[in-house]
Design a protein around this ligand. Structure first.
Ligand code: 13P
Length: 249
């Protein structure tokens, strides 16, 4: 059985005060739910606040990024140990917004993934094609290259600990979701690609779907055999929507 995970990527939203309000709502609606695994990924500034609020409950904490060095003169960056010591378990890496706006290459993502695993964080590695790629029939080529590059040199033990998120760029924040069939097709492609390198381990890896997931489309996506959860953006900022998504998993 693969672990089902619903992760909320808050992106650059929520001050500490707003985070407190959102998490208070989630604790009251989902505080006794231990399946699926719920991961909250607030901005760095709200991690400590959220960590305090979810202590002892079923929620896990995730960061949205980290640097690929353990410490040093890297002004403005955050090291994995800083995340671990405040109770962070997961870290989103290689999100398409980081790739696009902050020029993160597969090599950079790969360095981050390796350090996350070395220090004990669980990476959620994001891949996904742009609309133009899909229209040119290049989805598998693009996603395959991102997987190969971002996961380069990982051994099967490390791979087993890693979570993948398929997020087609054209579906992020657009209200346009991949159909369950489109998503399932790419998830199978991803799993097969992982199988080529790591054999049966691929069957244990959770592959999440992300891109305009909401309370109406979540259950049909999550019913697909190879969709093991969701990485939710906009809808994770609303207690009622996120609650419904978690409950539909
Ligand atoms: P939306 O759910 O807002 O489309 O964002 C998806 C996403 O990028 C999650 O990481």
């Amino acid at each position: 059985m693969r672990l089902k995970i619903i992760a909320g990527n808050w992106k650059m939203n929520k001050t500490n005060l707003e985070a407190n309000e959102l998490v208070r709502g989630l604790v009251s609606s989902l505080g006794d739910v231990d399946h699926p695994r719920v991961v909250l990924c607030p901005p760095f500034t709200a991690l400590s606040e959220v960590a305090k609020m979810i202590k002892g409950g079923p929620f896990f904490l995730g960061a949205q990024n980290m640097y690929f060095k353990e410490s040093g003169a890297y002004t403005g960056e955050i090291a994995p140990s800083m995340l671990l010591t405040i109770g962070v378990s997961y870290v989103i890496l290689g999100h398409s917004e980081r790739r696009e706006y902050f020029f993160e290459s597969d090599d950079i993502v790969n360095a981050k993934v390796k350090l996350a695993l070395k220090t004990g964080l669980i990476p959620i590695v994001c891949v996904g094609e742009k609309l133009g790629d899909r229209e040119k029939g290049k989805t598998e080529e693009v996603v395959g290259n991102q997987l190969d590059g971002s996961l380069q040199d990982l051994n099967s033990e490390e791979m087993k600990k890693t979570v993948i998120a398929y997020e087609p760029v054209w579906a992020i924040g657009t209200g346009k979701t991949a159909t369950p069939e489109q998503a399932q097709e790419v998830h199978v492609f991803i799993r097969n690609r992982l199988k080529e390198a790591h054999g049966a381990v691929a069957d244990t890896i959770s592959i999440l779907y992300g891109g305009s997931v909401n309370d109406e489309n979540a259950s049909s996506l999550l019913k697909q055999a190879d969709i093991d959860g969701a990485l939710v953006g906009g809808a994770s900022l609303k207690v009622d929507q996120f609650t419904k998504i978690v409950k539909s998993a």
